[in-house]
Design a protein around this ligand. Structure first.
Ligand SMILES: NC(=O)c1ccc[n+]([C@@H]2O[C@H](COP(=O)([O-])OP(=O)(O)OC[C@H]3O[C@@H](n4cnc5c(N)ncnc54)[C@H](O)[C@@H]3O)[C@@H](O)[C@H]2O)c1
Length: 445
């Protein structure tokens, strides 16, 4: 072993020991849907955790023990804040105090549908200012293969410290599935790929100390970056196939949901995906296009991803057209009709409207002159194109006052029996009334 390899190994062993003895201080940059649950799990595992966010409102809420993320248990957050295991700040100098840091900032697409890595870059620049020997940095944001080594590493090395020698760098994708009752941050297996074997070893030891799920080590950050995008691309493409089937089944007069239920009886080689009004959230509509962009560097065109995107993006138009056709059966035009949307969150039982296809449906229907009202127990209000929308209580009266009710998100809290009894006409994009008596005018996606 050369002296520099020996020095790096002893720095790694030192950090692993701190991690195992729970004396390591852990930082989390970005306290959103991914970062806050991660910070809470680390604090619950016994570490002192410092969270950072650029939004002072989130920092204040964390410091007051107030939870704002659905997957975090209110009491857990309150207790760890009271026990001083977790505190939040908007001052990057906190990095002076930490031994390891996880970066969980947004990775959206820009207006040209290209990766916007500006949040990763700006947080990395701040981390570089306070990076110190023996520290571990893990990127958790979803991104294209190459980001950790091509973008993050050079920025961090501007500090004068060398990766793998003076500090450790790894990529570990986050798999949190908001609203999932069974799998959460703690019990979901984690993939880790470090820039050097020591980087992988240190990062894996941190996750093993905190999580119950398996920690699967891979040979490089790029493998971990790509496997995450592959997971989400798999969903993106299979959802597009289900949506294509829904469009075709509608033409053929076949119930797509019944057809999928039948296909699902095959015990191997088939996994059920369902159609819907379009894709939403910060992951499935976005992540595959990080790969599409990167593939161009290799002169490769990811045709399947783009085609799936086209089909998924066409769903709000398809749903709006179905709404117009359904109203037409009652002799009503869209213009002037009240369309009552049940659910604006992009999926069941969560409070997230990012990229929600329901917002596109609203735009299309309003452009055609419909009046839009909505109920969503998880979204009290939201703004769209400068207009503010407020949720209504789902009642017999609110249903009867509308011309068409559209089930856009199948929240558990909705009273489907009430909907089936009092809605004048229903377009059910989620098969939510599956077990209910159907209203006279009822259509399923
Ligand atoms: N939400 C999910 O279900 C999910 C699942 C898996 C992976 N991911 C990935 O995790 C990453 C984070 O997603 P999210 O849903 O938690 O996003 P989010 O918007 O909920 O949270 C990100 C947080 O980072 C903060 N932030 C922005 N710029 C910052 C900066 N320069 N320094 C510090 N903080 C900054 C924001 O204020 C915000 O609170 C993304 O790459 C996303 O693709 C998300």
């Amino acid at each position: 072993m050369t002296p520099s390899v020996a020095a790096a190994s002893s720095l790694a062993e030192e950090l692993i020991q701190k991690i195992e003895q729970k004396t390591a201080v852990i930082g989390v940059v970005g306290l959103g849907y991914v970062g806050l649950p991660l910070a809470v799990e680390k604090a619950k595992a016994g570490y002192n955790v410092i969270g950072f966010d650029v939004q002072s409102s989130k920092v204040d809420m964390v410091n007051e023990g107030i939870n704002y993320i659905g997957d975090v248990v209110d009491d857990d957050l309150r207790e760890i804040v009271q026990q001083q295991k977790l505190r939040a700040t908007s001052d990057y100098s906190f990095i002076n105090e930490v031994d390891a840091i996880a970066i969980c900032v947004p990775t959206p697409l820009d207006t040209y549908q290209q990766p916007d890595t500006s949040y990763v870059e700006s947080s990395a620049r701040e981390v570089a200012k306070y990076l110190h020997p023996g520290m571990l940095v893990v990127l958790e944001s979803t991104t294209y293969p190459g980001t950790t080594e091509e973008l993050l590493k050079p920025i961090l090395e501007e500090s004068g410290l060398a990766c793998g020698k003076d500090f450790f760098l790894a990529y570990s994708p986050e798999r949190v599935d908001p609203g999932n009752k069974h799998y959460n941050t703690k019990n979901t297996p984690k993939v880790v790929g470090g820039v050097t074997p020591n980087c992988t070893k240190v990062a894996a030891s941190m996750y093993r100390a905190v999580l119950e799920g398996d920690v699967h080590e891979v040979s490089s950050p790029a493998v971990a970056e790509l496997e995450k995008i592959y997971e989400n691309t798999f969903r993106h493409i299979n959802i597009a196939l289900a949506n294509e089937m829904a469009i075709l089944c509608n033409k053929m007069g076949i119930d797509v949901w019944e057809m999928i239920d039948a296909a699902k009886t095959k015990p191997y080689g088939f996994m059920a995906f369902y159609p819907g009004p379009g894709l939403g959230g910060h992951c499935i509509p976005i992540d595959p296009f990080y790969l599409t962009w990167k593939a161009r560097e290799y002169n490769y065109h990811t045709r399947l991803i783009e085609l799936a995107g086209e089909i998924n993006n066409s769903m709000p138009e398809f749903v709006a057209e179905r709404a117009a056709n359904l109203l037409n059966k009652e002799g009503k035009p869209l213009k002037g009709s009240t369309v009552y949307l049940l659910g604006v969150a992009y999926k069941k039982d969560i409070n997230d409207i990012r990229e929600s296809p329901v917002l596109n449906i609203i735009d299309i229907l309003e452009e055609k002159g419909a009046n839009i009202v909505y109920s969503d127990p998880h979204i009290p209000s939201f703004k769209r194109r400068g207009k503010e929308y407020r949720t209504m209580e789902l009642t017999q009266e609110s249903l009867q006052k509308s011309d068409l009710v559209m089930v856009t998100t199948d929240h558990t809290a909705f009273d489907y029996s009430l909907i089936s009894r009092f809605a004048p006409a229903v377009l059910d994009t989620r098969n939510a009334l599956k077990t209910e008596a159907k209203p006279k005018l009822y259509e399923i996606l």
